[in-house]
Every structure is written in C-alpha cells, then in structure tokens.
Design a protein around this ligand. Structure first.
Ligand code: SAM
Ligand code: SF4
Length: 333
C-alpha cells in the first residue's frame, strides 16, 4: 500500500500512532492511577483486534508508518502477541514499538525479537525495591528488572521511562543516569503530568526539565548535550564515553509541540490529536455504525486539519473539564 505524507493544519507531518490496547493495569503507579476506585472499561468497549487492524491499515494508507502499542499494561490484553504479529504485517508500517511495565513481558521477549520489534520502552522509576513498591503500590521490582536484563541480552533497543517525582524518586536520578555508563539504554526522565485520575499533586511542578538537567549536571558537570533527532520529544544528553544516553522530556512544560508528529487512540477508540485534548473523534463508534473506510478517512482528515497548535491550546479547548486529570492508563502516555 503506497503511503503518502500526512500533514496537519500547522504543516507538521503526522506519521506516528500511539495506540492503547487496554486501560487495565497490574500496577498502580502514583503518577498514573489512584490507589483505589478505578472503573475499568467493560471489555466490549475496547477496540477488537479486527477493529485495531482495520484502523492501522487505514492510517497506514494515509501516511502513518510508526506504531506504538501501550495501555494500561498491554500484556494484560489476551493474545497481545497475535495482535503484534498482525500489525507488523501491515503494509506501510515500518516500526512497531511497545511501552510496558515489564511484569508480564519476559516470556515474550524472544518472540518480540523474532517479529522485529523496533524498541521497547520500559517504565522503571527507581532501582530500589522499596521505592518501587511505594511508587507502583506493588512489590514487583524484580520482574521489571528481569525484563530489562532479558531485553538487553536479546539486543532489543530499550528506553527506560522514569517519571521524576518530588519525595519519591529523586535519589534514583543519579543511579538511573549511571546505568547508561554500561548498558546501551536510553534513560528518559519525564516531567510528571497531572494525568493520574485525581488531578495535580502539586501547586507548582518543581521537577521541570531544566531542574532535572541542573540536578544531573551537579553530579556530572561534564554531561554532554547531544543533537535531538527530528520529532523527538526529549532533550538528549550523554555522559562522556557512556554506552547509553539520557533524555529529558518536557511533558508538562510542553516545549516540543512545534514538531509533534503523533496521534493517539485510547483504549476505547477515541482519537486524540494532542495528549492534552479530551478526544476529538470516536473511531470505534464510526466502525460499529458500519461506516466505510472512505467515510472514516474523511473524518480522520478533518480531525488532522483542525489540530491545536500546542498542548496549551488543546487543554483550553477541552469540553470534559480543565485542567486534565484523567488517568494515563486510558491514554497510553
Ligand atoms: N503500563 C505501561 C507502562 O507503564 O509502561 C504502558 C502505559 S503507561 C500509561 C505509559 C507511560 O506513561 C509510562 O512510561 C509512564 O511513565 C507514563 N506516564 C503515566 N502517567 C504519567 C504522568 N502522570 N506523567 C508523566 N508520565 C506518565
Ligand atoms: Fe500501569 Fe503503566 Fe500507569 Fe504504571 S504507568 S499504573 S504500569 S499504566
């Protein structure tokens, strides 16, 4: 299927889909979900594999070439590996990536390698078992760490995602940076956003991207700034001579919107053209109403042609409540 280049109304190319395959999770990360009172979507509200395959085919024909599967925890979706196999076979999809907390990933790593997974983002906010327990509200550090080791052994490119949180994992920033000395891993520090099902944890965010970099530089004054690849959301750094690299993501201060190339589809099939919007088109509804591919494409084009210029505009345009407070487990990150 020949793919064209898709542009939004601000001239930004769109080629990257992030798709949440479930809103369920086996952790309860402090920054993502409340400890209790979570209402999962009924299973029939999730996109089926057939609907996902149809959607990715449609988007690939429009210019999407990179897909990330996320969640919730994607491995809680039964037969996830079958879905992965179907997506990598779609004409026009060049890269398939995965974001996971690693708890259920280990048995599938060899198969992920065989299917040619482009990279895995592993959520790991701390290297300390006790702090892992406090942050994720589950005592499962060893499973995530094992997944990391096996991903490394299988030469699968790995990015570690670490959300930086006051009073939670500041003592982990330097040990996580130090991991890059000997592992070919990209450790990415992410500003905490209020996507936690409750609302902001702070009157003002202390650990902004500039604060995170300043903190790392205090321990490593020779930290090197590296060029940022096109459309990257991270500021890139490296310790001199290190095998791996460091990224700092201004997810809350939103400095990267000018080159944003991504769209999201939530677990319930809602299209988001910006992380901070509250859904601009329900694709699942269109499919279940029996709309044709051409009709759905037309509606998608319409959504891509009225994209907000940045996350601040998207947040102002929300109809379901400002500021954002929904759980990231429904969006996928
Ligand atoms: N369960 C999988 C995992 O944790 O890797 C995939 C879904 S999770 C929602 C995707 C990413 O979103 C994770 O790497 C997590 O760190 C990030 N995330 C979740 N809530 C966040 C928040 N409030 N602020 C910043 N990043 C967040
Ligand atoms: Fe689950 Fe991922 Fe959210 Fe943690 S960040 S609660 S692992 S969905």
């Amino acid at each position: 299927m020949p793919s064209s280049i898709l542009f939004d109304n601000h001239g930004r190319p769109i080629n990257y889909l992030r798709l949440a395959v479930t809103d369920r999770c086996n952790l309860r990360c402090f920054y993502c979900m409340p400890e209790e009172g979570i209402h999962y979507l009924p299973k029939k509200e999730l996109l089926t594999f057939e609907e996902i395959e149809r959607l990715v085919n449609l988007l690939a024909s429009m210019g999407i070439s990179k897909v990330r599967l996320t969640g919730g925890e994607p491995f809680l979706r039964t037969d996830l590996m079958q879905l992965i196999e179907r997506i990598v076979a779609i004409d026009g999809i060049n890269d398939l990536h995965l974001t996971t907390n690693g708890l259920l990933t280990t048995p599938h790593i060899a198969e992920l390698k065989r299917l040619g997974i482009a990279s895995v983002n592993l959520s790991l906010d701390t290297l300390d078992r006790e702090r892992f327990k406090v942050i994720t509200r589950r005592d499962e550090f060893e499973k995530t760490w094992l997944a990391f080791q096996l991903l490394m052994e299988n030469d699968i490119p790995v990015k570690i995602n670490a959300v930086v949180m006051e009073n939670k994992n500041i003592d982990d920033i330097i040990p996580l940076v130090a991991l890059t000395r000997h592992y070919p891993v990209s450790v990415r520090f992410i500003e905490e956003m209020p996507f936690n099902g409750e609302g902001s944890h702070y009157a003002q965010l202390k650990w902004t991207h500039t604060e995170i970099v300043r903190f790392i530089q205090q321990a490593y004054p020779d930290l090197q700034r590296e060029p940022d690849p096109a459309h990257s959301t991270a500021y890139h750094y490296r310790l001199p001579g290190a095998t791996g690299s460091i990224g700092v993501i201004a997810a809350f201060t939103r400095t990267f919107c000018g080159t944003c190339n991504r769209i999201r589809v939530t677990a319930q099939g809602e299209l988001k053209t910006c992380l901070y919007d509250d859904g601009v088109l329900n694709i699942k509804t269109l499919m279940r109403e029996g709309r044709s591919d051409e009709e759905i494409k037309e509606k998608l084009m319409c959504a891509f042609s009225s994209r907000p210029k940045d996350g601040f505009e998207a947040e102002r345009n929300r109809t379901k409540g400002i500021p954002v407070n929904e759980s990231m487990s429904t969006i996928g990150g």
